[in-house]
Design a protein around this ligand. Sequence first.
Ligand code: NDP
Length: 311
Amino acid sequence: MNAETVKCLILGSGPAGYTAAIYAARAGLQPILYEGVQPGGQLTTTTVVENFPGYPEGVDGTQMMADFRAQALRLGAEIRPGLATRVDFSQRPLSVEIDGEKLLAADTVIIATGATAKYLGLPSENKFRGMGVSACATCDGFFYRGKDVAVVGGGDTACEEAMYLASLCRKVYMIVRRDVLRASKAMQEKVLNAPNIEILWKCQTDEVLGDLTAGVTGVRLRHADGELFEKKIDGFFLAIGHHPNSDLFKPWIATDENGYIVTEGRSSRTCVPGVFAAGDVQDPTYRQAVNAAASGCRAALDAEKYLVSLK
Ligand code: NDP
């Protein structure tokens, strides 16, 4: 199979990937971006984005990603549907296979494949996604000001999300499946001392309740002793972890214990020269669109510098 040669290959189409494409195109790197499994990334699963600077009235997440895409296209990036299915970073140029059939030979690769929030896998949870079910309190919490909500999980993310929601909402239930929190001691103390957070210990979600007009109206829980009971809520937030989409690269690229790609210092450089990582796939902490966009910019600048060093 003859490989197509590419100066700058970008994998992923969230804020990190598109911003990398915008910068790389303006720098004359003729970037080719593959959109991956979810064109537009995680923001297309949210509703209104109110915290991305430059949109005073807020913007629909899907629309914002369409704007990023249009900007990258206008500046000369090539955007293609397709998913990286195999990579070989042991040789130069770097080898990337798309959709199991097309082979690319790339001088630089920017990995911006994002992360995927974990969901419980309940049909009712899926039904109300974007209508009261969310995996991002920072994105969607604002819409539940003065209302009652629930957060699933007992780790640091769940505690942070519960604290954030507690500052906006009337009442926050934490649905915790064991009788202990996994979170750090400091975070545990915060939630245990928050007057409007109630922890529902040893509980699992049986069903998210609601209707397609009102969205989420409640949740049915199952206690470890088998008892079923309901709580009235308007928002149901998942905080049971994220999975960085790095599995494909793990044979070549260093990742931390949770699978996030490790980058060097403040740069986007991975342990393989010419391979850069941007956005949520390398960010276990901030996970915000504006941070992802900024790291996409860094990756394109790092790729440009690297290409110059090859000459
Ligand atoms: P964690 O894996 O640490 O916690 C996941 C939580 O969700 C656990 O309480 C787990 O329960 C629960 N859970 C998992 N699956 C289910 C399920 N199917 N049903 C019900 N509950 C479930 O993920 P986090 O996202 O909280 O944190 C990831 C990493 O990032 C951690 O290392 C964390 O310390 C770090 N982090 C640090 C922060 C900070 O320092 N400020 C902020 C946020 C994250 P169980 O305990 O029973 O397994």
